[in-house]
Design a protein around this ligand. Structure first.
Ligand code: DQA
Length: 148
């Protein structure tokens, strides 16, 4: 597992400002710095971070990633709950994708407990704040170790 792509979906660019009681006070850039540091510490050689508020852009990035990354950590934001198009894109690529969420999607509104991408991801990690991303990196490493 050398190259990892981290994808943040809609509204996650506003982390730090956005509902801090739910998503925490750390801003988007500082979380990304920490993700980068953790990735390098865990032995990844390259960690790219991408954010988009647009479903199609996330799908394009997933497609692109199949050629240059070994694994993906994806926080699809609200798309998690209804985007069959993102689900199909994950299913279409052969690299492992881990679903992550800062908040505990099972302890909020009913609609958030539903993930249409869960079954095509190797793991779902939810409710650990920014740690969810770091745990997502671990899940990719463990997945590869199990495979070998
Ligand atoms: C989220 C949870 C989603 O329900 C929500 O729409 C988000 C963020 C999380 O990280 O907790 O945008 O994915």
């Amino acid at each position: 597992m050398k190259n990892v792509l981290v994808i943040h979906g809609p509204n996650l660019n506003l982390l730090g400002e956005r509902e801090p009681g739910i998503y925490g006070n750390d801003d988007f850039d500082s979380i990304n710095n920490e993700i980068n540091c953790q990735a390098i510490k865990k032995g990844f050689i390259k960690c790219e971070i991408f954010q988009s508020n647009h479903e199609g852009a996330i799908i394009d990035k997933l497609h692109e990633a199949r050629k240059s990354f070994d694994g993906i950590v994806l926080n699809a934001g609200a798309y998690t709950h209804y985007s069959y198009a993102i689900r199909d894109a994950i299913a279409a690529i052969k690299i492992p994708v881990v679903e992550v969420h800062l908040s505990d999607i099972h302890a909020r509104e009913d609609f958030r407990a539903v993930s249409v991408i869960k079954d095509v991801c190797i793991a779902q990690i939810s409710g650990y704040g920014k740690e969810s991303y770091f745990m997502g990196l671990d899940a990719l490493i463990e997945y590869e170790e199990r495979k070998n």
